[in-house]
Design a protein around this ligand. Structure first.
Ligand code: M6R
Length: 615
């Protein structure tokens, strides 16, 4: 939920850290801070607000000299966002300084114990407890910093990615990880520390991703030492070559990352297909599925676990798997699944969907499913993420970095992977004839081009946004494959424009939400030609009879909805099961434009963070 950055080497640390924090701001952005060692002392500055506020403050407050430093951008867990609760945190002596992403669950009992021993606390954070615990261990047992961190962490329950240094030993930074990500970039006589590789991508392509329960002592000019926190065993870390490039993490001329990511969907879906959708050969190749085909074919059912937008992709997949492959599917909120003693057996397959691969609830649901013997398959975007590593097998979405907090290309590429899976299993199970299968492959291959076409509605969607931007409420309706798209459309509007929105299956409207409809209520209805078109048209009649404002998302060339609706936005025609990949596009654009018109922070909506690594 927070972003951490650190540097030790021969360059000035400040510009690297401040730029790195800006790149990690998607992880949390309610406060930020930095601590630099200038050769004599620690210079620390922190503030409530964004990294840009920190930058302004620092330039008037401290000198920015120094070749060692750490920085933090926060999403508050313990203690409100304010200057004092911002990271970094000093220990009582002022010798140690720490940044932390995660939660120390037993911080209260540790804090009481430390208070008894004379420690005082200035903030409400669990992190200040941790740095003082490290100091207490260090002083009591006369230990070096690395050893003290290790002993302290063995007393801690919770999750963390930390970086800590001691002003008396200014040539080393100690880092450790459990449950929150931590990457170490390895340059020439210099090291970079960050929650992901984006802060150091222009300096090095070599990185170590620490595993859970590992720590590293990073010394200037020395080889990194990685150890297991529990038993002190030295680990030979795997140095990975990064595929990420600078272009992928910059806005590339767009006003916002969200808009860039909406427009990247045609190429992102193509990347998801690459090497997998072989329509000429009439084949789908997904290594994770091929290698485990026996398990998939023997499965009694598939349980999908996910949160937020990924859960919506799971709902779309439920329709697709059941329709094409005739496999029973249940879709669960990971946060509910993990705590309700679900019935899971070895004959179940659990599919965990997560863009970030770090969502705490999804991770816990995976662990639970595995403990009950289920085979767990991951659909993740971030390569090497915790969920990607924790699952038995998986398929990456290959959408590229998604930086806007509101998921867009992650959603459509998740649906793409899940559709490929459903088709592959349908073929293997014989629930689809070979001609039907081929037809689906050929149509799927046209989707990137059709998304491109759907994006052409942008200017018109903007005019619709102008009309409805001041609405207080909004209803989204869809049926069948497009019911989850209605939920996703409503979530997009809520999270970036703060307008209350509800998604509903169109036919459920008459069981309650219809009471909300009057001349002030915009109702976005997904009414593509296939499926339950006539039924949805009847629902539109019902809205019109109550004076609701109707925005129809229709198939190109539609006439019936056009006669009834106040506005129609067309998408190209495709197979019914593929329509979510197209109907989603105008809904993303609509929420984007409304949020921009309302002057909201589109990429960093209030109270949210990109990866939710806490419960
Ligand atoms: O990284 P994940 O896919 O596991 O994240 C799940 C949700 O937190 C995420 O989809 C969230 O709902 C987005 N803000 C939606 O736009």
């Amino acid at each position: 939920m927070c972003g951490i950055v650190g540097y030790i080497g021969h360059r000035e640390a400040y510009p690297i850290i401040i730029k790195g924090l800006q790149r990690l701001e998607y992880r949390g952005y309610d406060s930020a801070g930095i601590a630099l060692y200038d050769g004599n002392a620690i210079k620390l500055s922190k503030t409530k607000g964004k990294v840009s506020d920190l930058k302004n403050k620092i330039e008037n407050e401290i000198s920015t000299d120094g070749t060692l430093g750490i920085g933090h951008t926060r999403w508050a867990t313990h203690g409100v966002p304010n200057d004092v609760n911002s990271h970094p945190h000093y220990s009582n002596s002022g010798d140690l300084v720490i940044i932390h992403n995660g939660i120390i669950e037993n911080y209260d009992s540790l804090k009481k114990e430390l208070i008894k021993r004379g420690y005082t606390f200035h903030s409400d954070t669990d992190t200040e407890v941790l740095v003082n615990l490290i100091e207490e261990v260090q002083k009591n047992d006369n230990l070096k910093l690395g050893k003290a961190v290790q002993v302290a962490l063995n007393q801690v329950v919770g999750a963390y990615a930390i970086a800590v240094f001691d002003k008396n030993k200014p040539n080393e930074i100690v880092v450790a990880k459990l449950g929150s990500p931590l990457a170490i970039g390895i340059g020439d006589d210099e090291f970079f520390i960050a929650s992901d590789a984006s802060p150091f991508i222009e300096y090095t392509k070599n990185a170590i991703y620490l595993e859970d329960e590992e720590m590293a002592i990073i010394r200037r000019g020395k080889k990194i030492k990685v150890r297991k926190i529990k038993n002190d065993v030295l680990v030979d870390p795997y140095v990975q070559e990064l595929q990420l490039n600078l272009e992928q993490i910059e806005k590339g001329g767009y006003d916002h990352f969200m808009l860039k990511e909406i427009y990247e969907q045609p190429s992102a879906i193509l990347d998801t297909f690459r090497g997998r959708l072989l329509s000429n050969e009439g084949m789908i190749k997904l290594a994770g599925v091929e290698d485990n085909m026996k398990k998939f074919l023997a499965a009694d059912r598939i349980i999908i676990v996910a949160c937020g937008t990924s859960w919506h992709a799971g709902l779309v997949a439920e329709y697709i798997f059941e329709d094409l492959a005739r496999i029973p599917v249940e879709v669960e909120y990971a946060s509910e699944f993990r705590y309700r003693n679900p019935v899971i057996t070895e004959k179940d397959i659990v599919i965990a969907i997560s863009q970030s691969g770090e969502t705490a609830d999804t991770l816990a649901a995976i662990k639970l499913a595995k403990s009950k013997g289920a085979f767990v398959f991951g659909v993740c975007n971030v390569v090497g993420s915790t969920i990607a590593r924790e699952t038995d097998a998986g398929a990456y979405t290959h959408a590229g970095p998604e930086i806007g907090v509101a998921s867009t290309k992650a959603f459509t590429t998740q649906i793409t992977v899940l559709t490929l899976m459903a088709l592959r299993l349908a073929r293997a199970k014989g629930t689809m004839s070979s001609s039907e299968f081929r037809h689906h492959l050929i149509e799927l291959e046209t989707i990137p081009g059709k998304v491109e076409e759907a994006l052409k509605s942008d200017a018109y969607v903007k005019t619709v946004a102008e009309i409805y931007k001041d609405s207080k409420n909004c209803l989204y309706l869809g049926r069948g494959f497009n019911f989850p798209v209605a939920l996703e459309g409503a979530l997009k509007l809520k999270e970036i424009s703060y307008i209350h929105a509800e998604g509903y299956p169109a036919a459920e409207m008459k069981h309650g939400p219809i009471a909300l409809i009057d001349e002030h209520m915009p109702v976005i209805v997904i009414a593509t030609k296939m499926g339950h078109y006539d039924k949805v048209v009847s629902n539109i009649q019902e809205i019109k009879a109550r004076k609701g404002k109707i925005i129809g998302i229709v198939t190109k060339g539609d006439t019936s909805v056009k006669e009834l609706a106040d506005h129609v936005i067309e998408v190209p025609e495709t197979l019914e099961c593929l329509t979510p990949l197209l109907t989603t596009i105008p809904l993303q654009l609509l929420s984007y434009h409304i949020a921009v018109m309302l002057e909201k922070n589109v990429d960093q909506p209030r109270n949210l963070a990109k990866s939710v690594t806490v419960e």
